[in-house]
Write a protein that binds this ligand. Structure first.
Ligand code: ZN
Length: 139
């Protein structure tokens, strides 16, 4: 993971600073106070889709990279970005289980692959649910 330039000025979507602020807000809501999360807007090509989360095995330090190209798509809305960010933060909730599964079965195993696919789905459902819930609370 490498640090890239923040969002270009004048972009309609959330700028890097706002992504960080949004991340901090959701870290609190998700009970991730023990984590120090760094946010990156990644300009290279990302293997795993729109965003990626990595963590240190102390379960205190993490980095979330969001794909610049995905951010720049005309179809990517601020709400998509928020849901995506919450999805990535949900990965931190699952981090110890991920590591346990990886050490038991191996990252390349079928079992881990099945687990990872289910976890992705769970992070999607949780992220959409809680972003929607908080949005309705604000309205
Ligand atoms: Zn994910």
């Amino acid at each position: 993971m490498r640090r890239t330039k923040p969002w270009r000025a004048g972009a309609l979507k959330l700028a890097h600073k706002k992504i960080v602020a949004l991340g901090r807000k959701w870290e609190k809501r998700l009970g991730l106070a023990q984590w120090t999360v760094s946010y990156y807007v990644y300009g290279g090509s990302m293997a795993g889709g729109a965003a990626e989360t990595r963590w240190h095995d102390n379960y205190q330090d993490a980095g979330i990279a969001i794909d610049q190209k995905w951010l720049d798509f005309d179809t990517t809305t601020d709400e998509d970005i928020e849901i995506n960010l919450v999805h990535e933060l949900c990965h931190l909730l699952f981090a110890p289980m991920d590591d346990e599964m990886a050490s038991m079965f191996g990252l390349e195993s079928t079992v881990y692959g099945m687990y990872a696919a289910k976890r992705e789905g769970m992070c999607d459902v949780i992220a959409k649910l809680i972003v929607d819930r908080y949005k309705r609370k604000r309205d």
